[in-house]
Ligand binder design. Structure first.
Ligand code: SAM
Ligand code: CA
Length: 219
């Protein structure tokens, strides 16, 4: 799995970074702090973070969801794009990973926008639906365990307002979705992509940014 856009050579990729990336210093520092982590490749790329921040601003989003926080770079990117009273419901099961990001959320002055829930994400989403929050969210980013994507998608679709957007990460899975599957994760992503292609509740775009980013706009 790569976190860089497929079929870009290093020279052109560096050109994109040099000519587009505008990170907050806390984002740069958080990437540096994650660089030596054994699972550093799980972090989204800076150009993807900047793109998602633009989506959040385009939507005028105030209430957002993230499923899969890791060390908090995508959460930081979304939180920086939210208004001061905006909120990100950030779902992860790992205190070990997420605690790495918290000082950088503080450094950027956005920690008050991030409500980190350490529990299986499906449980957190079910609780929000039971609490009557359906239709109240503007944006969701799904980037956790791939075999659970379908459940996360269904719950996020319920929690989003009409015109809300779900961004789903790794939907090209290093190209493995286009070949016979050799793993449960690949099979899950293949089924998920087929389902979304046919899903008339959404408008759909599967973008070849990073490892594949699917955008689903709730009709
Ligand atoms: N979006 C993150 C970033 O930009 O750095 C990367 C997320 S990483 C690919 C996936 C995360 O999902 C891990 O931090 C892992 O702990 C979390 N995760 C795995 N299973 C989960 C579950 N059942 N519920 C919530 N989080 C889960
Ligand atoms: Ca990912």
């Amino acid at each position: 799995m790569s976190n860089k856009t497929l079929n870009l050579n290093e020279t052109l990729y560096q050109y994109i970074l040099d000519h587009s990336i505008r990170e907050h210093p806390a984002q740069t520092a958080l990437r540096a702090a994650t660089d030596t982590h054994p699972y550093a490749q799980m972090q989204i790329s800076p150009e993807q973070g900047q793109f998602m921040a633009m989506l959040v601003k385009l939507l005028g989003a105030r209430r957002t969801i993230e499923i899969g926080v890791f060390t908090g770079y995508s959460a930081l990117s979304v939180a920086l794009a939210l208004p001061d009273d905006g909120k990100l419901l950030a779902c992860d099961i790992s205190d070990e990973y997420t605690r790495i990001g918290k000082p950088f959320w503080e450094q950027a002055g956005v920690a008050h926008k991030i409500d980190l829930q350490l529990a299986p994400a499906q449980r957190t989403l079910d609780a929000r639906i039971s609490a009557g929050e359906s239709g109240q969210y503007d944006f969701a980013f799904i980037d956790a365990d791939k075999c659970s994507y379908d459940g996360y998608y269904e719950s996020c679709l319920q929690l989003l307002r009409k015109g809300g957007l779900i961004a789903i990460d790794n939907t090209l899975w290093s190209g493995k979705v286009a070949a016979p599957s050799t793993s449960d994760d690949t099979t899950a992503l293949q089924k998920f992509n087929i389902k979304l292609h046919r899903d008339e509740r959404i408008d759909l775009s599967l973008l070849p940014i990073s490892d594949g980013l699917t955008l689903a706009l709730k009709r």
